[in-house]
Design a protein. Structure first.
Ligand code: RB5
Length: 148
């Protein structure tokens, strides 16, 4: 599995923390920035990640901003992206089981680093259940295909 990760300037410390978790999990990743505390716009960094996910160059994406909300709004504009904003492990688990989410959004200002690492761990280690959920996920894809 290969993961792409990015944040905005507010979330650099949490990005570093998540990178340590990925290293511990021995999961290959690419850090798409930013690499300094200079102000940036979260939509630009969300797009860097989700375009790699949408093209299949990476399997999953992780996005971090102050709340995680701006990143998730931008990510979900892109066809094929199912981005989940999850600040608890239950949601992280079930968004993989039921929604087959391919991008996770987190808020640096919302939760601590320990919980963020746990959420990433659960999210990356939970497989999509498919079955009855596949019909629902397909409806999302059908809507995207009809609109684009
Ligand atoms: C940046 O100030 C802040 O708006 C951003 O990190 C994020 O929280 C947006 O949703």
């Amino acid at each position: 599995m290969k993961v792409a990760i990015a944040s905005d300037h507010t979330a650099l410390p949490m990005k570093d923390e998540i990178k340590s978790e990925l290293e511990e999990l021995k999961i290959e990743f690419v850090d798409l920035g930013p690499f300094s505390i200079e102000r940036v716009d979260y939509p630009d960094f969300a797009l860097k990640v989700v375009e790699l996910v949408a093209s299949g160059e990476v399997d999953k994406g992780i996005l971090i901003c102050g709340t995680g909300i701006g990143m998730s709004i931008m990510a979900n504009k892109v066809k094929g992206i199912r981005c989940a904003l999850a600040h608890d492990t239950f949601s992280a688990k079930y968004t993989r089981l039921h929604n087959d989410s391919n991008v996770l959004a987190l808020g640096q200002r919302v939760i601590g680093h320990g919980l963020a690492r746990e959420i990433v761990n659960v999210w990356l280690n939970t497989e999509y259940e498919a079955g009855r959920h596949a019909v629902r996920v397909q409806k999302i894809a059908d809507y995207e295909n009809e609109r684009n």
